[in-house]
Design a protein around this ligand. Structure first.
Ligand code: NDP
Length: 308
């Protein structure tokens, strides 16, 4: 039987894996989509101690290499049907039943979507959630960024490397950190970034005359008026939703935002099931905090493991 199964492979998961493996546990990490979590899609991280500037992908890769060096096994696999028993936790990986002494849920968040008509058909070819991945498609083109939080501002600054003009649509007021807003200012002054406050997309305009649908513009509503913007792409940075849909029919306690409820040792309402990272209740959503929560969980699990 495995000692610890970690679900997810973002920074909190990898930090937990490093500590648990070094503590002598047999650790298996399962990731269903992409190693490194959302930070791996971030262009540049400069608030993680020890690195005053590193790409999100490089930071995630370093964490993964370190976890593997300590002996943790990291594989693709979708975990579901988690059920706790007295002496172990049972779960399925891609439909196959397995067991571990402890399970740590580090499943993170996904990008929230606007929910507009055409949106789901155009993801990856007109609608995007990752500037690092897709920004290069919009060299010398006009685009829209939606959102007013840290992600929207940080990613808009990155997109200025490519786009000719960026229309930022902020639903209410900015809520990004001052340090980021300050950096945005010079692009606003140069006219490359145009800020539309209290503005939202009411319709995505597409060219239907061609076989493959293409974004050609948006209708925006602002202060009870409507305007059309001719743009080629839309980047949405409108917040995050916890990846806990697979837990909804189980008995692990979630709050009303579908975040996992934990105590100060990262234990859920189940004695062998822990959670860490951005998916826990009221997480700060900073890499350093996520890493810290993974370490706390791992230390507590190791303690219980050694008591067995
Ligand atoms: P946030 O939840 O902080 O911001 C979401 C933004 O999207 C808000 O401006 C919100 O508007 C807007 N929004 C939400 N729904 C809609 C909608 N349907 N239509 C239009 N606009 C909408 O999300 P972020 O992804 O920016 O950040 C998530 C977390 O990650 C935060 O805690 C943030 O601090 C952290 N983060 C930190 C970074 C750093 O430290 N460098 C970098 C990136 C993220 P409204 O205000 O009106 O609700």
């Amino acid at each position: 039987m495995l000692d610890l199964v970690i679900v997810g492979a973002g920074p909190s998961a990898l930090a937990a894996a490093i500590y648990a493996s070094r503590g002598g546990m047999k650790v298996q990490v399962y990731e269903k989509q992409m190693f490194g979590g959302l930070i791996a899609t971030s262009d540049w991280v400069e608030n993680y101690p020890g690195f005053d500037g590193i790409s999100g992908m490089e930071l995630a890769s370093k964490m993964r290499n370190q976890a593997e060096k300590t002996g943790a096994k990291i594989n693709y696999g979708e975990v579901s049907n988690i059920r706790e028993y007295d002496e172990f936790v049972e779960f399925s990986v891609d439909g196959k039943i397995n067991k571990a002494r402890f399970v740590l849920l580090a499943v993170g968040n996904s990008y929230r979507k606007l929910g507009l008509k055409h949106e789901s058909n155009l993801i990856g070819r007109g609608i995007h959630f990752c500037a690092t991945c897709d920004g290069g498609l919009y060299r010398d083109k006009d685009i829209v960024v939606v959102g007013g939080g840290d992600s929207a501002v940080q990613e808009t600054i990155f997109l200025t490397k490519f786009a000719k003009k960026i229309h930022m649509l902020v639903r209410s007021e900015f809520r990004a950190q001052d340090v980021l807003l300050k950096r945005l200012e010079k692009f606003v002054e140069s006219g490359q970034v145009i800020i539309h406050k209290k503005a939202q997309i009411s319709e995505i305009l597409i060219d239907e005359s061609i076989n493959i649908q293409k974004v050609v513009g948006v209708k925006i509503s602002q202060n009870e008026t409507e305007e059309e913007l001719k743009i080629s792409g839309i980047f949405e940075f409108i917040g995050l939703i916890p990846n806990t849909a697979f837990l909804k029919d189980g008995d692990i306690a979630l709050n009303s935002n579908n975040e996992i409820i934990v105590d100060n040792k990262m234990k859920t309402n189940k004695k062998r099931i822990f959670a860490c990272g951005d998916v826990i209740e009221n997480a700060e959503k900073q890499v350093a905090v996520a890493v810290g929560s993974g370490v706390i969980a791992s230390l507590e699990i190791s303690k219980l493991y050694n008591l067995r």
